[in-house]
Design a protein around this ligand. Structure first.
Ligand SMILES: Nc1ncnc2c1ncn2[C@@H]1O[C@H](COP(=O)(O)OP(=O)(O)OP(=O)(O)O)[C@@H](O)[C@H]1O
Ligand SMILES: [Mg+2]
Length: 351
């Protein structure tokens, strides 16, 4: 198991709190082709805040949906996110890779607010840096709770597949972006993957993550407020949010939804403020939003209006062909919700 492992065809499996998404890619021309995919809604209690609660149900869903998708490979790359994952850029007082290794082995607690015995640690040296008056090496440190990783690998094994790679959703997000868009080496791009319960934020520049954070906000909050204020069931509220139904309370819906958008934007604001403090010389050039909630009507426009950066919905198939055996209409309708799964599947190829 490794965070940075590459070079094997893999099914990218994103186990989200609202649905399971899986993607298989094959090399095609100079890019990739989507050769198969699966999408299966999950019951609201099966995955909560990125943590798997009902393993048997998830394993069963993987088994069934993978069989229906006719994936060719047994090997799976999955991702973790939420509270039990931390990605941090730190400058380590070290001059050589060996010194970096030693420093991380011995001083990891200094950088990571977890019990080191309970996490898997990985890192990548991204350049040289400076700590105070000392020169050092700049490192992206990744820590993920072992039990969380194990929950993910266990359901995959239980479903009869091989868990090959455990990645971080925010990295997969960046991978999907880079496979589809031209990366500007000079301007950071803010990637916001807004799901049902979590928003993965990755502010990336020239192929490197500058700032990564998961925030506990998402589409469920739109549904929740409709459910509470209008006394609806979850499903009724969800349908109303998606515009599938319109009731007599329609004039109340818009202001309620807007209040959640404002709260969500405030969370983004906090992250951008923190980013600006950490990197005063950097200016974000663009925002790309993805995840199911990126399709909330008017959200991209509202984000652009608030921050003044060009904002678009990320298309994970902008440069990836849709294979002939795939239901192209369904893929298009899911679109940005498949971003993390695409990024996970890309782990199988050298980039
Ligand atoms: N067209 C749409 N308009 C608005 N919201 C939508 C639309 N389609 C899906 N959503 C919302 O997107 C959310 C699901 O997004 P996504 O599949 O990215 O989340 P997830 O990966 O299951 O959850 P998480 O990553 O937060 O655990 C749900 O809240 C759903 O209501
Ligand atoms: Mg998700």
């Amino acid at each position: 198991m490794a965070f940075f492992k590459k070079n094997k065809s893999l099914v990218g499996l994103d186990i989200g709190s609202s649905s399971l998404k899986a993607v298989e890619l094959t090399k095609f021309k100079k890019s990739y082709q989507l050769s198969g995919f699966a999408y299966e809604p999950l019951s609201p209690d099966a995955v909560v805040d990125g943590a798997i609660m009902d393993s048997p149900a998830i394993a069963e869903t993987i088994k069934k949906s993978f069989r229906a998708a006719k994936f060719k490979t047994q090997a799976v790359a999955t991702g973790v996110s939420g509270h039990s994952v931390i990605v941090k850029r730190v400058v380590i007082p070290a001059a050589t890779p060996d010194e970096v290794e030693a420093s991380i082995q011995f001083d990891a607690e200094q950088y990571i607010p977890f019990d080191i015995a309970e996490v898997n640690l990985d890192y990548q040296v991204v350049g040289s840096g400076r700590t105070g008056r000392e020169d050092g090496m700049e490192v992206v440190l990744v820590a993920a709770k072992k039990d969380k990783i194990q929950n993910h690998t266990n359901v995959i094994t239980r479903a009869g597949r091989t868990p090959e790679v455990v990645d971080i959703d925010a990295f997969a997000l960046q991978n999907a972006f880079e496979a589809n868009y031209t990366v500007n080496p000079n301007a950071p791009v803010a990637l916001l993957n807004i799901g049902a319960s979590l928003m993965n934020i990755n502010i990336t520049k020239g192929g490197m993550p500058l700032f990564i954070r998961d925030v506990s906000v998402g589409g469920n909050q739109y549904t929740d407020i409709l459910q509470k204020e209008l006394q609806l069931s979850f499903q009724e509220a969800e349908d109303l949010k998606l515009g599938k139904t319109g009731g007599s309370e329609t004039e109340m819906v818009q202001p309620l939804l807007e209040s959640i958008t404002e709260m969500l934007i405030m969370e983004v604001q906090k992250t951008f403020d923190f980013f600006r403090e950490t990197y005063p010389s950097e200016t974000i050039g663009q925002i790309l939003i993805s995840g199911g909630t990126s399709r909330m009507v008017g959200l991209a426009e509202k984000i652009q209006e608030t921050f003044g950066y060009p904002t678009e919905v990320l298309d994970p198939f902008k440069s990836i062909a849709i294979g002939p055996k795939v239901d192209a209409q369904k893929v298009t309708s899911l679109g940005p919700a498949l971003t993390v799964a695409v990024g996970l599947a890309l782990r199988g190829f050298d980039q």
